[in-house]
Design a protein around this ligand. Structure first.
Ligand code: C2E
Ligand code: MG
Ligand code: MG
Ligand code: MG
Length: 292
């Protein structure tokens, strides 16, 4: 079984191959029953206008409180993807996203934040994905135009023809698509322009490198220039400092997400944060939001 000796046992646990297989097996078995055992939960990380800090959206981030303790997504998501368990889990997360969208829109109307949700490449290749998402949208009454599907650049570029077909069907439902972790994969510009994407999320690694590595600054400027030229919205991930935020704004990046603004929050804290922002900041400027 999996051993956790206080703190983040996972990071410091360096098992041999056999133990590693055992650990993986324990995770896979645990994940298979995680939904029914109520072990999965969602955090909401605000996405803001970089200049004003006004919240325009939230990314849903999965958390797993397993019988062995909290296991970070960086550990269980890759295993869930490898084994395919991400497919039912991904459908569960999408349903949570739809429930949140419908609930928030009832609560805040046009001021409700949009909802960003991660979609794994394993989900995209499932034949029935589009029907499944359509059914969840119907059941929950969510507005697809206020949902953003985050797909990593690497996943998108792995099979552009296939993804193009699926993304067209998803965007036909009214859903929007964001390229997640942009800058880490190898996009051909020609391919990128063929895909129906609305948003580029600049990978945290480049934001982190802004003041440390000159070549990262060059990548950021190039990505922002590219996004703007293509008419895409830009979100910088992992913004942690005032200096990073100022520089991203100076280069023309409109939206940001990161600890400098907010950590991933439980829903009540997210709701409270948004409501105090709405009260304190007056009506949001619709021209600044992602969609309106
Ligand atoms: P991601 O989609 O790129 O999500 C952003 C990650 O960056 C989150 O990590 C978030 O907590 C973290 N982050 C945000 N701001 C900062 C910051 O200022 N500094 C630092 N150091 N980190 C920041 P998290 O929640 O651990 O998730 C990691 C990855 O796991 C996600 O990366 C995503 O690829 C995957 N993931 C999470 N939830 C889901 C899900 O529901 N489905 C799928 N398929 N993947 C998911
Ligand atoms: Mg994401
Ligand atoms: Mg990301
Ligand atoms: Mg990332």
């Amino acid at each position: 079984a999996v051993k956790e000796d206080g703190g983040d046992g996972w990071r410091f646990f360096s098992p041999g191959q056999h133990d590693q297989d055992q650990q993986r097996l324990a995770i896979v078995n645990g994940l298979r029953t995680a939904i029914e055992r109520n072990e999965l939960s969602i955090r909401f990380q605000p996405i803001v206008v970089a200049e004003s800090g006004r919240i325009v959206g939230a990314e849903l981030l999965l958390r797993w409180n397993s019988s062995e303790g909290e296991i970070p997504p960086a550990v269980f998501i890759p295993i869930a993807e490898m084994t395919g368990v991400i497919v039912p889990i991904g459908a569960w997360v999408f349903r949570q996203a739809c429930l949140a969208e419908a609930d928030w829109r009832r609560r805040w109307g046009a001021e409700a934040p949009y909802v960003s949700v991660n979609v794994s490449p394993r989900q995209l290749i499932k034949e029935s994905l589009v029907e499944e998402f359509a059914a969840i949208l119907r059941e929950t009454g969510a507005d697809p135009a206020r949902l953003l599907l985050e797909i990593t650049e690497t996943a998108l570029m792995a099979d552009v023809e296939l993804n193009l077909r699926i993304l067209r069907r998803l965007t036909d439902l009214g859903l929007r698509v964001a390229v997640d972790d942009f800058g880490t994969g190898y996009s051909s510009l020609a391919q990128l322009t063929r895909l129906p994407v609305a948003v580029l999320k600049i990978d945290r690694a480049f934001v982190d490198g802004l003041d440390k590595r000159p070549e990262h600054r060059a990548v950021i400027r190039a990505v922002i220039g590219l996004g703007r030229a293509l008419g895409l919205k830009l979100v910088a991930e992992g913004v942690e400092t005032d200096a990073q935020c100022l520089e991203l704004r100076a280069h023309g990046c409109e939206f940001a997400q990161g600890y400098y603004f907010h950590r991933p929050l439980e829903e009540p804290a997210f709701v409270a944060t948004l409501e105090s922002g709405l009260r304190g900041g007056g009506l949001p400027d619709p021209a600044l939001s992602l969609y309106f």
